[in-house]
Design a protein around this ligand. Structure first.
Ligand SMILES: Nc1ncnc2c1ncn2[C@@H]1O[C@H](COP(=O)(O)OP(=O)(O)OP(=O)(O)O)[C@@H](O)[C@H]1O
Ligand SMILES: [Mg+2]
Length: 235
């Protein structure tokens, strides 16, 4: 008998639901979601606006807690972790590219990228060197001292990507990372996600509406009305 070696599971989601609000205002954004993502896999999550993509990604990124169900990241259940333990996990294991970028407006873009590295324990000089290198990779080497407010939307998006990738985390979650980018930059940053994934074995989940990057996915999963849709039959 041949034993096929299976890649280890990086993310396991079982029966996850999310309800926002209570009583008459309660809104069910996710219903009974099951999802498994293997180590080093690049998964793209697609679906209409309002279908629950950001909600699911935020739960994976420990930014939101599920209302019910189980989530395991890198073999550990996160369901019962304290806020402090979740913050630690976000700092050391997770790179998150927010749909709204969430850059700190008062800090230069190099400080925006360097700050999480410093908080994670790197000396400032090393954190700045790393920030400069990753910002150069996303094409912002000339803008290191700019404030986010003085950049275009696409440039801010690239800073957010650089900030998520700089610590080389094992889990990378990106919410519409190419939405404000032209075709070339969009492809380039997605290729960076892919290179990071293959170089470091990082697992990447990307929410996207962008057909120009679909071919970089190992797998695409669609979500509608808060439910994962069954995969279409293989042709
Ligand atoms: N904090 C919140 N309170 C109440 N409802 C919310 C909250 N966040 C999201 N929702 C609702 O949950 C549903 C899913 O939202 P979500 O942001 O996950 O959608 P999405 O698939 O990411 O959409 P888009 O493609 O527009 O970004 C939406 O109907 C939204 O209005
Ligand atoms: Mg969204």
């Amino acid at each position: 008998m041949t034993v096929v070696e299976q890649a280890p599971v990086a993310i396991s989601v079982r029966g996850v639901s999310k309800v926002f609000g209570t009583g008459k205002l309660a809104y069910r954004a996710l219903t009974d979601v099951d999802l498994t993502v293997k180590k080093s896999e690049i998964l793209m999550l697609v679906g209409p606006s309002g279908s629950g993509k950001t909600t699911l990604l935020s739960i994976l990124g420990c930014v939101l807690r599920p209302s019910s169900g189980e989530v395991e990241l890198l073999g550990e259940s996160i369901t019962d972790k304290s806020e402090h333990a979740l913050a630690d996990l976000r700092l050391h294991k997770i790179g998150f590219v927010f749909q709204a970028h969430n850059l700190l407006p008062g800090l230069s873009i190099r400080d925006n990228v360097a700050l999480p590295l410093e908080v994670g324990g790197q000396p400032r000089a090393r954190a700045l060197r790393r920030a400069d290198a990753v910002l150069a990779e996303v094409g912002l080497g000339e803008k290191l001292r700019s404030l986010p407010g003085n950049l275009s939307g696409g440039q801010r998006q690239r800073v957010a990507i650089a900030r998520a990738l700089a610590p080389e985390p094992p889990l990378i979650f990106a919410d519409e990372p190419t939405a404000a980018l032209d075709a070339d930059s969009g492809l380039k940053v997605t290729e960076m996600l892919k290179t990071t994934s293959s170089a470091l074995g990082a697992t990447v989940v990307v929410v996207t509406h962008d057909p120009r990057i679909y071919h970089l996915a190992d797998r695409t999963v669609s979500i509608e009305d808060g439910r994962i849709q069954p995969a279409p039959e293989a042709a």
